[in-house]
Design a protein around this ligand. Structure first.
Ligand SMILES: Nc1nc2c(ncn2[C@@H]2O[C@H](COP(=O)(O)O[C@H]3[C@@H](O)[C@H](n4cnc5c(=O)[nH]c(N)nc54)O[C@@H]3COP(=O)(O)O)[C@@H](O)[C@H]2O)c(=O)[nH]1
Length: 828
């Protein structure tokens, strides 16, 4: 070979080596070879560079080559090199080498054998490649993968990944459990594959939307296949979606349950309020829930009460006590019930029956109070009304007998302590029965109400005015004085005030009414008498006032009992007397100026089986009080009519009249006119022969009705006389409006007509009045000739009295009628 050729070959080789070095450097791959015979190693520059050899340094033998690897890996590389050198087995290992100054490097070491034509191994050769960067990346990937795997495994929630077609690409264990399928079964399947059309469509739309907009979506739905409510949250990423599933079945159920409960509670008519225990200011409970009924009944809306103490609805002190009682009950039983007055927003109260249950976190920690209240205002009202009815008179709203006795008992006990005297007034209205029966109960009721008002006005607020029933009232006054005389004079003054006040006319339905009272008074101090005894005393005194002519007051005296007991006995005996027909009529003649008998007055007597003949004064008041005057009066009227019939056949008696007394009670009876008419019709008498003597007290009130009724009687043809004229209420002006025929001068005037100038003047005036009104005048109680003459001189034309004859039994009268009377004509 020429020098030139040699130089040229050397240059070419150098260039070829340079290119190889450049290629190796660019590829990051260094090459090596080991002569299997000599064990000598040759390597490229890049090999040295990869292994961190210093400039000019190189690896010479296999051992030197092996030493470059980390000590724990040297055995591996040595075996691989040996194996390759002996058997020609190629190798490819990724191992770490030690690099001076920089630590370690990952290198991939590959090697294979180079054989000659006979197949003998001449050398082994290979390459190293610096894979530190890839290895680090691979390790980082591995680390991340490991971390991801651990994270996913530790996620309690079900987690899956989906590709962009929404097919499963990953499922964690929890998702396998939740979806009840294995990863193998689901991988590559569309997520909605197993779900029904509606749910599948919903998922398709929602997940598609997430992928399209690259925004997360959340939905909650029922997955029928697994029978659960799942919350689905899908987060888009490049390859698809990361999807979390959460089983919310329990939450949904409790929500539904709660919703059901809330709806039911809200629709309850009962008030429901829940308060958090001790969470408000001052450790007070704080309302955290109220239902619709609460809002409706209290007038507060939720915003106004939530967070506030339930105390805002309660009245202060009494409710506080009740709540304390409840709290005590709650401590023992966890449940308590009470009745409370609750206040609406408007301030008006209503009653609730409240049941409170405590909710406890532990044995001694109450967290909430649940209160259910039922509106019992109606019930309470009814109870109150019943209580009121039990103690108050419904017509006048005054305390009734029971409450009076109760208060009287207290007054007696108090009087025993304080030494103060008190008084009890028993008030009965005179002739109330008549007014009630004749004018109707509505008028009677109004009168009683007005009487109640007047009585209340006449005493202090602390005194008691009670109504015992009917027309009976009781006034109880206490604390009059500790001195008995002063107390007696105060009670008298008060009783007289009441008497005067009740005597004033009452105005009812545009008419004036008189309702005079009879008042019985008794005084008390300490516990000397019991309550019913005191009431009896006042009652007896009242009866005595009635017996004294009514319209007066009377103080209790121990001997009264006998009188009243006697009256009660009279009432019973009267009834029996009527049944047994024990009554008779006596007739007292009435004579004219000529001394001729023109008529008689029928006067009833009681032919008592034991007492003999009893005079009317002893039983007529009792008959009026008991209403027995009606049958008795009718019997007298019918007897008189029958007598007129009997006399009608005889010329001596045919023109006689019979005067019958009509008490106010009888006259005011609604059927009185009918009763008179039927008596006339039944007996067929000449009506003019029947003279009805009406009492002046009839003119005290309801004049119009009285006049109308008298007109009806006049229309029947009967004669009307006004009895006892001058003692009562007649106003002279109204007299001319009455359809009267006769006036009777009361015997009290006649008795003193000669001795008392007043009585004489009154008698004269009555006679003059009668003449001016064209009425006849009858003077009753004429006992002496002088009286008769005086009266005759004044113009009186009829007389009645002992001077002529007393009231006589029929037989005696008829005897008298047959012989001429003594000369009674006026003399001189
Ligand atoms: N509603 C009814 N009342 C009746 C009836 N019968 C009687 N009475 C009422 O009883 C009153 C008393 O009656 P009586 O005891 O019979 O007394 C009468 C005469 O006896 C008495 N009288 C007659 N003359 C004299 C006399 O000269 N002096 C004197 N002191 N008394 C005399 O007067 C009574 C008659 O009075 P009057 O009725 O006012 O005319 C009696 O007043 C009736 O109110 C009855 O059936 N129904």
């Amino acid at each position: 070979m020429t020098q030139g050729r040699e130089e040229s070959l050397g240059k070419a080789l150098h260039e070829s080596e340079s290119r190889l070095n450049l290629t190796e450097h660019t590829a990051g791959v260094g090459t090596w070879s080991v002569n299997t015979t000599s064990g000598q190693v040759q390597h490229s520059d890049e090999y040295g560079s990869i292994l961190g050899l210093q400039a000019g340094e190189s690896v010479h033998d296999l051992a030197g080559m092996v030493r470059r690897y980390k000590p724990e890996l040297r055995k591996v590389i040595h075996e691989r090199l040996e194996q390759c050198a002996q058997t020609g087995e190629a190798f490819d290992e990724e191992l770490q080498v030690l690099v001076p100054g920089t630590g370690t490097k990952w290198v991939r070491t590959v090697g294979n054998a180079v054989r000659n034509g006979e197949g003998q191994i001449l050398r082994i050769q290979g390459a190293v490649q610096d894979i530190t960067v890839q290895k680090q990346a691979q390790q980082e990937t591995m680390r991340l993968a490991m971390r991801l795997t651990t994270t996913l495994a530790s996620i309690k929630e079900a987690f899956v990944t989906l590709d962009r077609q929404c097919c499963f690409t990953y499922l964690n264990q929890e998702s396998e459990r939740l979806l009840q399928k294995t990863t193998a079964e689901l991988l590559g399947q569309e997520i909605w594959q197993d779900f029904n059309t509606v749910l599948a469509q919903r998922l398709r739309v929602q997940l598609g939307h997430a992928l399209k907009t690259n925004r997360q979506v959340e939905l909650e739905d029922f997955f029928p296949l697994i029978g659960k409510w799942l919350e689905v949250r899908a987060y888009p990423f490049t390859e698809g979606l990361a999807v979390y599933f959460r089983d919310v079945t329990e939450r949904r159920r409790s929500q539904e349950h709660q919703m059901l409960l809330e709806t039911s509670v809200a629709r309850l008519n009962d008030i429901v309020a829940i308060a958090e225990a001790g969470s408000g200011p001052d450790d007070e409970p704080r309302m955290v829930f109220v239902n619709d009924a609460f809002e409706k009944k209290t007038g507060y809306n939720r915003e106004e009460v939530l967070g506030k103490s339930p105390r805002m609805l309660l009245e202060l002190d009494p409710a506080k006590l009740k709540l304390l009682e409840m709290a005590k009950g709650l401590q023992q039983t966890r449940q308590a019930r009470t009745e409370l007055k609750v206040f609406r927003k408007t301030g008006t109260p209503f009653w609730v029956e409240l049941e409170v249950v405590s909710v406890q976190a532990s044995a001694d920690e109450v967290t909430h109070w649940v209160a259910v209240g039922r509106d019992i205002t109606h019930r309470k009202g009814a109870e109150e009304m019943i209580r009121h009815l039990a103690f108050y008179d419904p017509l006048t709203d005054l305390p009734n007998r029971q409450l009076l006795l109760d208060r009287l008992q207290k007054a007696l006990s108090q009087s025993a302590r304080t030494g103060q005297h008190g008084a009890l007034m028993f008030i009965d209205l005179d002739n109330f029965k008549i007014l009630n029966d004749t004018l109707g109960h509505h008028v009677g009721d109004q009168l009683l109400q007005q009487v109640a008002q007047r009585l209340k006005k006449s005493v202090r607020k602390t005194d008691t005015v009670a109504r015992l029933g009917g027309d009976e009232f009781v006034v109880m006054v206490d604390d009059l004085s500790t001195d008995p005389d002063a107390a007696a004079s105060k009670s008298r003054a008060l009783s007289e005030k009441v008497l005067t006040m009740l005597r004033e006319p009452f105005r009812i339905a545009g008419h004036q009414h008189f309702a005079t009272p009879s008042i019985g008074v008794t005084t008390f101090s300490g516990n000397q008498s019991d309550v019913s005894e005191l009431l009896k005393q006042a009652d007896l005194a009242m009866y005595q006032a009635k017996a004294l002519g009514r319209n007066t007051l009377c103080y209790f005296a121990p001997d009264m009992l006998a009188t009243v007991t006697a009256n009660a006995a009279v009432g019973i005996a009267l009834r029996e007397g009527l049944r047994e027909k024990q009554f008779v009529v006596h007739y007292q003649p009435q004579v004219n100026l000529q001394g001729l008998v023109t008529g008689v007055e029928a006067l009833v007597r009681w032919n008592h089986p034991e007492k003999g003949l009893v005079m009317p004064a002893a039983f007529i008041p009792v008959a009026e009080d008991t209403g027995l005057i009606l049958p008795l009066g009718m019997w007298v009227l019918e007897t008189a009519c029958e007598q007129l019939v009997a006399w009608a056949d005889s010329a001596e008696t045919a023109n006689l009249s019979i005067a019958v007394n009509v008490s106010a009670y009888q006259f005011r009876h609604p059927n009185f006119v009918d009763m008179v008419m039927s008596a006339i019709k039944r007996t067929g008498i000449r009506p003019q022969g029947l003279k009805l003597e009406l009492t002046e007290s009839l003119l005290a009130d309801r004049m119009e009705i009285t006049i109308q009724k008298m007109g009806m009687l006049k229309d029947l043809g009967v004669t009307l006389a006004l009895d006892d004229f001058g003692v009562g209420y007649s106003s002279l002006s109204c007299l001319k409006r009455l359809p009267l025929d006769q006036l009777k001068i009361d015997k009290d005037f006649v008795a003193d007509v000669l001795t008392d100038p007043n009585d004489a003047a009154i008698s004269r005036a009555i006679i003059a009045l009668a003449q001016s009104l064209n009425l006849q005048v009858v003077a009753e109680g004429v006992e002496t000739q002088e009286q008769r003459d005086f009266l005759a001189n004044q113009g009186c034309d009829q007389f009645q009295g002992y001077l002529f004859a007393p009231a006589l039994p029929l037989e005696a009268l008829e005897l008298l009628l047959r012989k001429p009377l003594a000369d009674t004509t006026v003399t001189g």
